[in-house]
Write a protein that binds this ligand. Structure first.
Ligand SMILES: [Zn+2]
Length: 164
């Protein structure tokens, strides 16, 4: 296992649309293990492959709740969202040290495949739902700051630059 370096705000790979993963690939297993290690080391609950410089549609998630086991998901996509939204504080390992309140659907259905290529469907709310939406955003080059009002975004960015 190896800890990977995390791409920070400003890195182009964070803004790219990541490529579909064609199917199960043993080479991905090592990457998935390394992504988990990197995420745990950084104290995160989710990590998307572009955050470690790999522009592929792959995420790992561990929201650290007994009812949800850690998992990796290939080609995850949002297939349904509830009408209700919820505001919650969010941060990102690629924009460390700052956070912002992001409004997102409070319920979401995500489909993808597990690392063995088996189809997976996840109905999620609360922390898990939010984490999935945040990580899937990364696969489309979207960061949580993009979902803040311009005013809030500028405040967060100012704080971020100040502490660096
Ligand atoms: Zn993030």
């Amino acid at each position: 296992m190896a800890k990977l370096s995390i791409e920070m705000l400003g890195s182009e790979v964070l803004r790219a649309k990541a490529e579909e993963v064609p199917g199960p690939d043993p080479a991905l297993d090592a990457l998935i293990r390394d992504m988990f290690e990197t995420m745990y080391d950084a104290g995160g609950i989710g990590l998307a492959a572009p955050q470690v410089g790999i522009s592929k549609r792959l995420i790992v998630v561990d929201v650290n709740e007994p009812e949800h086991r850690p998992f990796a998901l290939l080609n995850p996509r949002v297939v349904e969202t509830g009408d209700e939204t919820e505001k919650m504080e969010e941060g990102c390992l690629s924009i460390p040290g700052v956070s912002g309140v992001v409004e997102r659907p409070s319920r979401v259905v995500v489909e993808g495949t597990d690392p063995d290529g088996k189809p997976v469907r996840i109905e999620a709310a609360e922390m898990l739902g939010r984490c999935l939406l945040h990580e899937i955003d990364h696969l489309d080059g979207v960061l949580f700051i993009d979902r803040l009002s311009p005013l809030k975004r500028n405040m967060v960015l100012r704080r971020y630059r100040k502490q660096r």
